[in-house]
Design a protein around this ligand. Structure first.
Ligand SMILES: [Zn+2]
Ligand SMILES: [Zn+2]
Length: 211
């Protein structure tokens, strides 16, 4: 589901829907039009940037579903922050604009219900899936890996133009590279990023290099 600037994915599990990311603040109507609010099992947030957690608190109020995020990003989400880390290229423009974006979007301080760790299973929420901690873009960036299937990777990768690793924002560029290697090692069949519709195939992921 395209929610203005970013994407929310709906994974149909055996206990209802697992939402991956929640979009910008104020953009939940598009998601709520598509879901039965009683059928949402979990709101999985890939990382603490407002374009990914911004709608999470409102989605929780409407669905009753818990919000999960890796523990290393929970504090930033609770303080409604969007830490951009070291910025390169056009990331500098985003950093310059961030005070205005935060002022305009009013991200809501959002306490997590579930603090995730690497390797956590999502079976209790109805999908055979695992949390893969992939720090680097932010300290607590995490992917949702469906066992033997797709990976939902937030901003670790991007499919703008042609697929590439995150190249604008990093809390730690070295760890970002290690995280890309960790994702490759899990050999997902297909990869979905946080902003651009259109998946990245497992074969393309295999050939991606960090630049
Ligand atoms: Zn993003
Ligand atoms: Zn991000």
């Amino acid at each position: 589901v395209s929610v203005r600037f970013s994407l929310t994915y709906l994974i149909d599990g055996c206990k209802g829907l697992v939402l991956v990311d929640a979009g910008m603040p104020g953009q939940t109507r598009r998601i709520l039009e598509l879901v039965d609010t009683s059928s949402v099992a979990l709101i999985f947030v890939t990382h603490a940037h407002l374009d990914h957690y911004g709608g999470a608190a409102e989605l929780r109020r409407c669905t009753g579903a818990p919000i999960a995020i890796h523990r290393a990003d929970a504090g930033a989400m609770a303080r409604a922050k969007t830490p951009l880390g070291d910025v390169r290229g056009r990331g500098r423009l985003a950093r310059a604009l961030m005070p205005v974006i935060e002022w305009a979007m009013h991200p809501e301080p959002t306490q997590a219900d579930l603090l995730l760790d690497d390797g956590d299973s999502l079976r209790d929420y109805g999908i055979e899936g695992t949390v893969l901690h992939t720090p680097g873009h932010t300290p607590g960036s995490a992917c949702l890996l469906v066992d033997g299937g797709p990976a939902f990777v937030g901003d670790l990768l991007s499919n703008t133009g042609r697929p590439h690793a995150q190249r604008y924002f990093a809390s730690d560029w070295t760890r970002l590279q290690e995280s890309l290697d960790r994702l490759k090692a899990r050999r997902p069949t297909i990869v979905y990023d946080g902003h651009v519709q259109g998946a990245i195939s497992g074969d393309v992921l295999e050939r991606l290099t960090f630049v």
